[in-house]
Structure formats: structure tokens, C-alpha cells
Design a protein around this ligand. Structure first.
Ligand code: NCD
Length: 306
């Protein structure tokens, strides 16, 4: 049984097949509209979500399947003290595949050890968010045409931003990737990512607090929100939340073909005056999320188009 807990659970070949499938679905979704007839997806969300949960549900509905689930811990038996292990054992009777979001790092991994259905990590605390990464890869591949040789700037909360951690892990597999890590000192990429991933693979990266200086070098700018819910005190959040704001003026410093991605939700870090810039692709990115999740559900269920 295959689960998706970390972005590296798919081999480079499997990932490449999955992105090809997602692009085919994107170009002709109607061909796939009955692929998952009779199958059920459970969305077990112990933390807030808009896009991830609803794009999973839209993906399964687009494939002709059905969905069930809960969207907050309070509305599930977690509020009564039930363990993730017990919940997933039972969900394995009710659904064919599940997507789980949880505030605790590692919860979806624990679930996968007790499940008899594929488990997809839909975000675990400040750790990983592999399906956002698939969305990001599909966006970059579709709009840039390739995933190699890119200089990617990550800007904002690189400490708690799980989308950043997962995308770094995925991008180091492509040749000639470079990173520019733009954050306040307090919100730098965790040491384990440098020590276990960037340094051993000799991936070129620089850390800076200056967005303006970084902008002209970038092929991709990945903006992120400061992760309010992961802060221990509100004062720090308030002090750091508006450190970087991308606006129309700063966009003049960027390459003409740089893409601006953001996993969303946006708070203040991208001014709405950037939205009309053709390089701002964050809403398109959210659309790609549905197609990549359709491809992922088919792949994990072992379903192929006849
Ligand atoms: C992200 C997340 O949940 O980590 N959102 C998403 O799934 N698109 C980013 C965020 O919440 O800042």
C-alpha cells in the first residue's frame, strides 16, 4: 500500500508520471469523470483549511467518486480524546482513501501505520505539506516548461512554513536548483533542512533579509504568510508579520518572466496591486491543485484510464 506522507515518498519517475497525468487531466478532464465511480475519499481535517480540503473534495467529485469527512477537530471524536490510530482504523472501513491534516507533526505518518487504506498528508504542523508541493511543481512545470535550472526565492516564514520545507525537499532533486532564502533572522529555514538536505547535497543557497536585493536573481518567488498559529507569543507575531510586503513597485525589480507563487491564504505579504501582473500566478496555482490531486488519488488507488 502506498501513502503520501513526505514529498519524497514518490520516486522521481513516479513523480514525473504523476505530473504528466495531471497535465493530461488538465487538458481533457471529461475523459476522467468516471474513473473513481464507487470510490470514497475521507477528508480528516483537524486544522483549518479552505483550498486543500475543498480541492481534494472537488478532485474526487470530478473523478466521479464521493467524499465524506470532518473539517475541524471539535466536530470529531478527537474532542473526546480519541487517538488518530483508532480513528483511522475505523475510517479504513468507511472510505477507500483519506487525506489528513493535523496540527501535530507526524500524525499522518502514525495514521498510515494503522490504516488499511492509502493516507495522504494534507499538512502536519510546521513539518510537511506534500500535496501543496505537487501543486507547486505542476504550476512551475506547466508555466515555466521545466523544473531544472531554477533559482527559487522563498520569502516570509521559512521556519514554520511547511509548504516551504516540502518544496525545498522536492526541488533539490532537479539539476542546478538554487535557493535564496529571504526571511527575518527569527524565521529562517530550520537547521535540520540545511544539515540533512541542503548541505549534504551541496545545493547552493543564500540567506538574506533583503527582498529587494534578491528579486532580480529569481526565476520563481515563493511568498508565504507568517504562520500566526505556530507562534508561542503574539508580540513576536505582530512584530514579524509585515516584514515583507511584495508590491507593484518591488515587482519592477524582478525578471520579466519571474513567477510569483503563494500557497495561499494571503494576509498582507502580497499587495493586491500585484494581482493583475501576469507574473502573479497564485490563483492559477490553486486551480492546478485540483488536477494534481485528481492524479494523486488515481495513482494511490491504482486506477488507470481504460
Ligand atoms: C498552506 C498550509 O496550510 O500550510 N495553505 C495551503 O494549504 N494552501 C499555507 C498557509 O497556511 O500559510
Amino acid at each position: 500500500m502506498k501513502h503520501l506522507i513526505s514529498p519524497l515518498d514518490l520516486s522521481p519517475d513516479e513523480l514525473s508520471d504523476l505530473l504528466d497525468l495531471a497535465q493530461d487531466i488538465y487538458s481533457a478532464p471529461e475523459k476522467y469523470s468516471h474513473c473513481c465511480a464507487g470510490k470514497k475519499l475521507a477528508t480528516l481535517f483537524y486544522e483549518p483549511s479552505t483550498r486543500t480540503r475543498l480541492s481534494f473534495e472537488a478532485a474526487m467529485l470530478n473523478l466521479g467518486g464521493s467524499v465524506l469527512g470532518f473539517s475541524s477537530a471539535d466536530s470529531s471524536s478527537a474532542a473526546k480524546g480519541e487517538s488518530v490510530a483508532d480513528t483511522i482504523r475505523v475510517m479504513s472501513f468507511y472510505a477507500d482513501i483519506c487525506a489528513m491534516r493535523h496540527p501535530k507533526e507526524g500524525a499522518p505518518l502514525v495514521a498510515s501505520m494503522h490504516a488499511s487504506i492509502p493516507v495522504i498528508n494534507a499538512g502536519d504542523g510546521g513539518h510537511n505539506h506534500p500535496t501543496q508541493t505537487l501543486t507547486d511543481l505542476l504550476t512551475i512545470k506547466s508555466l515555466k516548461g521545466h523544473l531544472d535550472g531554477l533559482t527559487i526565492g522563498f520569502c516570509g516564514d521559512l521556519k514554520f512554513g511547511r509548504t516551504v520545507h516540502s518544496l525545498i525537499n522536492a526541488m533539490v532533486r532537479y539539476p542546478n536548483t538554487k535557493f535564496v532564502l529571504i526571511s527575518p533572522k527569527e524565521l529562517q529555514v530550520p537547521a535540520y533542512i540545511k544539515e540533512e538536505t541542503l548541505d549534504p547535497l551541496n545545493i547552493p543557497y543564500e540567506e538574506t533579509t533583503n527582498l529587494e536585493e534578491a528579486l532580480p536573481k529569481l526565476d520563481i518567488l515563493y511568498m508565504t504568510r507568517v504562520q500566526k498559529e505556530r507562534f508561542f507569543n503574539e508580540e513576536d507575531y505582530i512584530r514579524l508579520k509585515d516584514t515583507f510586503i511584495l508590491d507593484k513597485q518591488k515587482m519592477q525589480l524582478a525578471k520579466e518572466d519571474m513567477l510569483v507563487l503563494h500557497p495561499l491564504p494571503r494576509v498582507n505579504e502580497i499587495s493586491t496591486d500585484v494581482d493583475d501582473d501576469p507574473r502573479a500566478v497564485y490563483f492559477e496555482q490553486a486551480n492546478f491543485g485540483v488536477y494534481v490531486r485528481m492524479a494523486l488519488i488515481m495513482t494511490l488507488l491504482g486506477i488507470k484510464l481504460d
